[in-house]
Design a protein around this ligand. Structure first.
Ligand code: MG
Length: 388
């Protein structure tokens, strides 16, 4: 194992993944160091993190919020950068070896892009990067020899299980889904789901956006698309199985019929640590599984009628081009509308499908085109919410 210290920049350090990342770094016995932190809204917490960790740089990603913040308690030696340019500049610093891309939503794309351009190792927690611009992102990483290591628990599991065979021996991957809080709801019950119901997740503690995405299973749809680009698979090589205990994080089936799974407690520190120490493994900070107790592992096929997001995800994984960017942005807009009381829970997926069907499809878009569609799809889904 290498004893060198790796400098880590955490983009999105005050969110759920960001805070877990800082715990992993704190438990790394000095082999990992947080050299830069960035945050959007929770700037008081960012200042606290700076006081504790003394990073070389912190970034306040929103200039308006940065201007209103009191920075007097910032430690000496920590430099403040501001705006999306600040995030990009942190990701490109020569002192930085690993960039943790943990900014939620398509807002995370710019920082991830900058890190890949600079040839960094990117611990990718921002699945939207792959959903929006998968082919462009993987091409860029190839060109600059940047390494992408997935942090999403399912993709980390696939990434680990893939090491059991050669690429041409892979038959398919099976992503596990907890099924969210509404796994056994009737259509009537689903139609009356409240914001508070949807924010309660049975096994994982996460931010609000991903918790709603888990409830609609749009999270799994986005993960299908993420896997398609990350592992260069066809859509028909990706399956989903509901596994309520969230212990098996995903599986890879090889052509001989062997299935290799990765198991662990449902704790994001595990995939984060693997991404930060890859290709090595170090003492774990996550709680280990307890095999001295009876443990059940259930698997069941997902109900396509209850969760229409899955079919949508497979469709978009098959179509490629502009479809991923449009689905992702429409969903972000729809989730915000739901959380703002402007859209019913059961309208989230149909509104996304409608925006997707009404967009001008391009099979090989540029990054600029994708960013334009991102803005368009958000507006379009709001228009849909007002009309319905
Ligand atoms: Mg996941």
């Amino acid at each position: 194992m290498s004893q060198e210290v790796a400098n880590v920049a955490v983009l999105g350090s005050t969110g759920s993944i960001g805070r877990n990342t800082l715990e992993v770094i704190a438990g790394s016995h000095g082999t990992l160091r947080s050299i830069g932190l960035s945050a959007h809204a929770r700037l008081d917490l960012l200042v606290e993190q700076a006081q504790e960790l003394h990073p070389q740089w912190i970034v306040a990603a929103c200039p308006r919020l940065a201007a209103a913040q009191d920075w007097s308690r910032l430690p000496v030696g920590t430099e403040l950068l501001v705006g999306p340019e600040g995030v990009e500049s942190l990701a490109r610093r020569p002192e930085v070896q690993i960039v943790v891309a943990a900014i939620v939503g398509s807002a995370g794309l710019r920082g991830t892009w900058a890190a890949l351009e600079a040839g960094k190792t990117v611990a990718l927690a921002n699945k939207e990067t792959m959903v929006v611009a998968g082919p462009l992102v993987t091409q860029l990483a190839q060109k600059t020899q940047a390494r992408i290591v997935p942090v999403d628990s399912e993709h980390s599991a696939v990434f680990q299980a893939l090491q059991a065979g050669r690429r041409e021996e892979v038959k398919r991957i099976i992503l596990t889904a907890s099924g969210g809080p509404f796994r056994n709801h009737t259509p009537e019950q689903l139609a009356s789901v409240t914001i508070a119901d949807a924010l309660r997740h049975p096994t994982w503690t996460m931010g609000p956006k991903i918790t709603i995405d888990s409830a609609t299973m749009m999270n799994k749809a986005l993960e299908i698309i993420e896997a398609r680009w990350l592992f260069d698979l066809r859509a028909d090589q990706i399956d989903v199985v509901v596994h309520p205990q969230s212990i098996v994080h995903s599986l890879v089936e090889f052509i001989d019929g062997s299935v290799i799974a990765q198991l662990g407690s449902p704790d994001m520190k595990l995939p984060i640590q693997y991404a930060l120490t890859y290709p090595h493994r170090t003492e774990g900070v996550a709680r280990p599984l307890d095999f001295t107790r009876t443990m059940r592992l259930d698997f069941e096929p997902p109900d396509p009628e209850r969760f229409p997001a899955l079919a949508l995800g497979l469709e978009v994984a098959r179509t490629g081009g502009t479809a991923g960017a449009v689905l992702n942005a429409a969903n972000e807009g729809a989730v915000a509308a739901f959380l703002g009381g402007k859209l019913h829970f059961t309208d989230i997926v149909p509104s996304c499908r409608s925006v997707l069907e009404n967009h001008h499809f391009d099979p090989a878009p540029s990054l600029a085109q994708l960013l334009e569609l991102d803005v368009w799809a958000r507006q379009e889904v709001l228009r849909w919410a007002c009309l319905s």
